[in-house]
Design a protein around this ligand. Structure first.
Ligand SMILES: Nc1ncnc2c1ncn2[C@@H]1O[C@H](COP(=O)(O)OP(=O)(O)OP(=O)(O)O)[C@@H](O)[C@H]1O
Length: 247
């Protein structure tokens, strides 16, 4: 199953192009998107989530492009987006919030409610089901967002900087969650973190100034800096080689 960007052009207002003619195909189970500040990672994620509209070009998931309203609904059901900032609906509990996400994507209230319990168990938030969603931590909020995506059986989950600002323990929880999710849904994760790439992601994309500098398997990425001692050292050296600075 592939997410395909064809001849993609995008700019904010009248500013310089963020993308001009980008072509990219993402079809591996777990892909990480790396790139320095301003590379275009969040913009690419928002375009892939059909939250932004390209100036020119096409984005499709399994050949469905979010061009018309009907296709956009189908596209957004299949492609879920966990943005950097999640703003829960005030007053809802964690479970209500997750069920609401499913209902918004077309599930009946009963189905969404039942699916929300299973989804919360999968992201290890079952114990917090009844807590008000504005009373949970940043890491828990992101897991709640993932649970929302799981209620309506998304096929691809886009996660923008999901580990930013998380403590080591929350990062570890997130890592095991990505590992587990990768068995049943495709994930595309943008991050600055180069640690544990080999354990979590089968493929790497490196973006810089709106251009793809590298796309390949994680092994191919590490092989760019085969001399480095540890996998983490290899990833940092490979990244620095591609974009001329450290992650
Ligand atoms: N809302 C906006 N209005 C105008 N320009 C924007 C806006 N959002 C991003 N940009 C510009 O678009 C370019 C790409 O930004 P983007 O946020 O996609 O990069 P990024 O790789 O996600 O960066 P970071 O790692 O810092 O989050 C940058 O030059 C940025 O200044």
């Amino acid at each position: 199953m592939a997410l395909v960007f064809t001849d993609l052009c995008f700019r904010y207002g009248r500013r310089t192009d963020v993308f001009s003619g980008l072509g990219l195909r993402v079809d591996s189970p777990a892909t990480v998107l790396l790139g320095p500040n301003g590379a275009g990672k969040s913009t690419l994620m928002a375009l892939a989530a059909s939250q932004l509209t390209p100036v020119r070009g096409r984005i499709s998931w399994r050949d469905v492009a979010p061009a018309s309203r009907r296709e956009r609904t189908a596209y957004r059901k299949a492609v879920a987006w966990i943005p950097q900032q999640i703003t829960p609906v005030p007053g809802l509990t964690v479970r209500e919030q997750v069920a609401y996400a499913g209902w918004l994507k077309g599930l009946t209230r009963t189905t969404a409610w039942e699916a929300s319990a299973r989804a919360l168990e999968r992201v290890r938030l079952g114990e917090l089901s009844d807590r008000k969603s504005h009373q949970v931590s940043g890491g828990q909020l992101r897991r709640m967002g993932i649970a929302g995506a799981l209620t309506h059986s998304s096929e691809l989950i886009l996660m923008d900087e999901p580990t930013a600002g998380l403590d080591p323990q929350q990062r570890a929880v997130f890592r095991s969650l990505v590992e587990e999710l990768g068995q049943s849904v495709q994930v595309l994760v943008s991050t600055h973190q180069t640690e544990d790439l080999a354990d979590l992601y089968s493929h790497v994309i490196v973006l810089d100034r709106g251009t793809v500098r590298f796309q390949g398997t994680t092994q191919e990425f590490h092989a760019l800096a085969a001399g480095a001692e540890s996998p983490r050292g290899q990833a940092e050296a490979a990244y620095a080689q591609l974009v001329g600075r450290e992650a």
